[in-house]
Design a protein around this ligand. Structure first.
Ligand code: GLN
Length: 293
């Protein structure tokens, strides 16, 4: 299997003006094994906008404070629709299908805003602790650029507010959501952060956020079924690992009790997932002949 022929396919997320400026031909990958080894190639240490991968960290924070009660605010079924789809949200009276589509993540943002004393810093401290990099930062320029053109997310947030699914002001929720999407991390940092999800047998406790082993396993189940929007089936079929993608071109995935892996390549397919990222992970599990299946 060769992945090079796909290196020029797709383009970066141009609907967020600041992301359109990223060099589309960057590529990085890092794998961290549970026994403490890590393997990195190319641009594995270059930070990029994690975008929707932030939804995994937001879900961990919400599960830690709300427990099972969280599921009265957001569902846990695959959507089969685009990450920014409004269709089901209207038909289902403002109850998002799952926490990894934008509607669900806007609810997570609302829960964090109403449950934490200093949401912006608490989120940052949590992810810094997870990956062990104390200098992670939001990219304010990316967040502002997305806000300026984020009409669809604003429509989703307004629909949520209309149905009473979010408590805070629409503007406050959007601001926080765009901010956490703008967090910059490298593949090495993402793989280090996701190792905590692969290691569900080790106590999950980072910067005051604690999850039980069962909660971590359930988060992994959600990544498997909902992590790639309307391509969750394709990703399961070709790669066979739970994971989460972002329109910055990053994908983080885990092999429970074995390894975590992160890959970055900004060119996206029509579903908003990294073309080379998916190919590289398909290559990994095909060549090693090992996936969770
Ligand atoms: N900030 C992006 C948006 O809301 C995140 C989407 C994604 O990464 N899939 O459109």
């Amino acid at each position: 299997m060769k992945i090079e022929p796909f290196s020029g396919v797709g383009e970066q997320a141009k609907y967020i003006p600041a992301l359109a400026k990223v060099n589309p031909d960057r590529f990085g990958m890092c794998l961290c094994s549970v026994d403490g080894n890590s393997y990195a190639i190319k641009d594995a240490d270059v930070r990029f906008s994690i975008q929707s991968i932030s939804k995994v960290f937001a879900l961990a924070m919400c599960l830690s404070v709300k427990g099972e009660a969280l599921w009265s605010r957001v569902g846990k079924e695959p959507s089969g629709t685009a990450f920014n789809s409004l269709v089901q949200l209207e038909a289902e009276h403002g109850m998002p299908r799952n926490p990894f589509m934008n509607a669900g993540a806007l609810v997570l943002a609302d829960i964090i805003l109403t449950s934490f004393a200093d949401p912006e810093n608490d989120f940052l401290s949590f992810v810094r602790a997870l990956c062990g990099s104390g200098d992670l930062e939001y990219d304010i320029e990316v967040a502002r650029s997305e806000r300026e053109t984020g009409y669809l997310n604003a429509a989703i947030a307004n629909l949520l507010k209309y149905h009473g699914t979010i408590e805070c002001d629409v503007e406050r929720v959007l601001h926080f959501y765009f901010l956490i999407c703008s967090l910059e991390m490298s593949c090495r940092e993402l793989a280090a952060a996701f190792l905590a999800f692969a290691n569900h047998n080790i106590k999950f406790e980072y910067s005051g956020i604690t999850l039980t082993s069962s909660q971590v396993k359930r988060m992994n189940a959600l990544m498997q079924t909902c992590g790639f929007y309307d391509e969750a089936g394709e990703f399961s079929y070709l790669v066979g690992l739970p994971g989460k993608s972002g329109v910055g071109g990053g994908i983080a995935a885990i092999y429970p009790l074995r390894y975590s892996v992160a890959v970055w390549s900004p060119r996206l397919n029509g579903k908003g997932n990294s073309v080379m990222g998916m190919k590289a992970l398909e290559f990994l599990t095909t060549e090693t002949e090992e996936s969770i299946f």
